[in-house]
Design a binder for this molecule. Structure first.
Ligand code: GMT
Length: 372
């Protein structure tokens, strides 16, 4: 098939998932065309059947706010026409789904691609509630040929928040780890570690990730010399530095910003810590699972679909730093249990959240929409 994919290209779960999906589809013989304002950061160069089409945005003085949706839709229509796309698969509704619907309308009926929209999280839970976006998202979903969500939680939220009544397929996320470039020992040396347990947190640090709660939790974990926290930050960590000194965590927290070799660091880690107020899925937890890391996280959103508590990690019911700290401590003092949870996490990742388990579900969906 000829498949167009649009996603956010920078660091972020929806872009990572869309890029991995495109790569896997190309390996399975499909021609895959990425359409975005930048090359997705994990998209390999010179790979057979993988193509990238940049959207060029001119900066006109007459606009107070630059527009991306229209140039994107024009590029989508152009790529569809030139490469006879069967499917245009957009990841994150705003503005990608709206642009896809518009692109399709610009084309003659006989060459219109089918539009598949995958909702990833805040496109429903945040923007879906915004009266300035909600009706446009609802319109784009209604006019998509198929809608998918990355968790059952997000499906229910999409029905509730947006009042969307059409069919929704739940297709969980997957992750395909790359081989680390350095050994675990080399990375731990770079991080200045001796025998400490390495906790990791990876996110874009937006307010809903609750970095305040993360740091408060870390400040309450005892004994301090038994662990360090590595923050893999998709953005600048500078705004949190005053909090780090206030809590006396300067020697406890190591930060790496906008890194692309995430696998190197994940293999050096032992335990994930996630404090978000909500997550449709939390791809970062899954990334850790592939490297045998269990996670301590809050029981919110779609996280219980990823983490089975007491099996592949520990879920905490409240946003209480003490409770989160006690959960972490229970795994710090018990390496046997931590390793058992990590082993089960890796197994679950391979069995349920792998490309082999997931990509055929998208292929089936594409065939279904193309045959209707
Ligand atoms: O979490 C973010 O702010 C980034 C966002 C994105 O669009 O990349 O993440 C969402 O999609 C990821 C991939 O499906 C999910 O793993 C994240 O849980 C989801 N974020 C939220 O629901 C807050």
């Amino acid at each position: 098939m000829n498949i167009g994919i649009t996603c956010y290209p920078s660091v972020g779960g929806s872009g990572i998932l869309a890029t991995a999906l495109g790569e896997e589809l190309a390996q399975r013989g499909h021609e895959v065309h990425f359409i975005s304002y930048e090359r997705p950061f994990r998209l390999p160069e010179n790979s057979p059947r993988l193509h990238f089409h940049p959207v060029v945005i001119n900066d006109y003085d007459l606009f107070k706010y630059p527009d991306y949706t229209l140039p994107l839709s024009v590029k989508m229509a152009e790529v569809s026409r030139e490469h006879r796309l069967d499917v245009l698969h957009v990841h994150y509704a705003v503005p990608h789904a709206t642009a896809a619907i518009l692109a399709r309308a610009m084309l003659p009926k006989e060459i219109q691609p089918r539009v598949v929209t995958t909702l990833h999280g805040t496109d429903t839970t945040l923007l879906g509630r915004d009266p300035g976006y909600g009706p446009a998202i609802h319109h784009a979903l209604t006019h998509s040929d198929a809608v998918t969500t990355v968790s059952h939680f997000l499906k229910t939220e999409t029905q509730r928040v947006l009042g969307f009544k059409g069919p929704i397929d739940v297709i969980h996320n997957f992750f395909t780890p790359r081989a680390p470039k350095r050994s675990r020992e080399e990375v731990r040396r770079e991080l200045g570690l001796k025998n400490e347990v390495l906790l990791f947190h990876s996110s874009n640090l937006r307010p809903l990730k609750r970095i305040d709660l993360l740091l408060e939790t870390v400040a309450r974990i005892e004994p301090r010399e038994s662990f360090k926290l590595l923050v893999l930050a998709g953005g600048s960590f500078a705004p949190f530095l005053p909090e780090i000194s206030r809590l006396g965590l300067t020697n406890q927290v190591i930060v790496r910003e906008n890194i692309s070799d995430i696998e190197d660091y994940l293999q050096a880690a032992d335990l994930g810590l996630f404090t978000s107020d909500t997550e449709s899925f939390c791809l970062s937890i899954l990334e850790g699972m592939y490297f045998g890391c269990p996670s301590v996280a809050r029981r919110v959103g779609g996280i219980p679909e990823v983490v089975s508590t007491n099996e592949t990690g520990l879920l905490v019911d409240s946003a209480n730093a003490d409770e989160l700290a006690r959960a972490v401590e229970s795994l710090l003092i018990n390496p046997v249990r931590r390793h058992a949870l990590g082993k089960a996490a890796r197994l679950k990742a391979n069995e349920h959240f792998s490309a082999a388990a997931t990509v055929p579900l998208y292929e089936d969906l594409y065939r279904r929409v193309c045959s209707s």
